[in-house]
Design a protein around this ligand. Structure first.
Ligand code: FE
Ligand code: FE
Length: 202
């Protein structure tokens, strides 16, 4: 497989495989991730590439995702079976190797975790997860607060706020909360217990 594709070549493959709005969203996540990587001392090129490709498995319809995951022997639980759309993250982690020649465990892990988070998230994982939430095409109550934190807060403070908001949102809709999201949030809270910056919400 061709492993020396340029960013532009990968972007063109992505553009051809996603709906225009999803492609625009991907460009937004790429640039937001690059900005956050610069702020938090993470490799900007890797962050931009992970952001660009994070939704590459959205090329599959929701009713195809279970079969695509099983084909790749991806192990998943009852929540993913109930909400197959979650599988696009896990499949995307494989697809970047298969179709985009990206052989980078850190990028694959960030894509794997971009929807529900996980325990022991790296800085790159957190940046991609958060960039997905605040890229310029996003519009929901509270997004401006998160964008402000992206410019001003520490990485963990910013991600904590995003995790709290996203859990509150799914609970308010009576939807399932993925345990990995709870793990990610608890871990940040435990790590920073007692620090002023982590005491208040908003
Ligand atoms: Fe996604
Ligand atoms: Fe996304």
């Amino acid at each position: 497989m061709k492993r020396d594709m340029t960013y532009e070549e990968r972007r063109n493959i992505l553009k051809a495989s996603l709906k225009p709005t999803r492609y625009e969203h991907s460009l937004g996540v790429a640039e937001t991730a690059a900005f956050l990587a610069g702020r938090f001392g993470v490799d900007v090129q890797r962050a931009r590439l992970a952001g660009l490709l994070h939704d590459c498995a959205r090329t599959y319809r929701n009713d195809e995702l279970v079969a695509e995951a099983e084909k790749r022997h991806i192990v998943f639980g009852p929540l993913e079976r109930a909400m197959p759309v979650l599988l696009h993250a896990y499949i995307g982690a494989e697809l970047v190797r298969e179709q985009y020649g990206v052989d980078d465990d850190g990028i694959s892990q960030a894509i794997w975790r971009h929807t529900v988070g996980g325990a022991g998230m790296t800085r790159l994982d957190k940046i991609i997860w958060f960039a997905d939430m605040i890229e310029p095409n996003r519009d929901y109550p509270g997004v401006e607060k998160l964008r402000r934190l992206a410019r001003t807060a520490s990485l963990d403070r910013m991600v904590l706020e995003g995790l709290s908001d996203s859990i509150a949102f799914v609970v308010a809709q009576n939807h399932l909360v993925h345990p990995d999201t709870v793990l990610a949030r608890n871990e940040i809270l435990l790590h920073h217990a007692g620090e002023d910056e982590f005491r208040q919400k908003g």
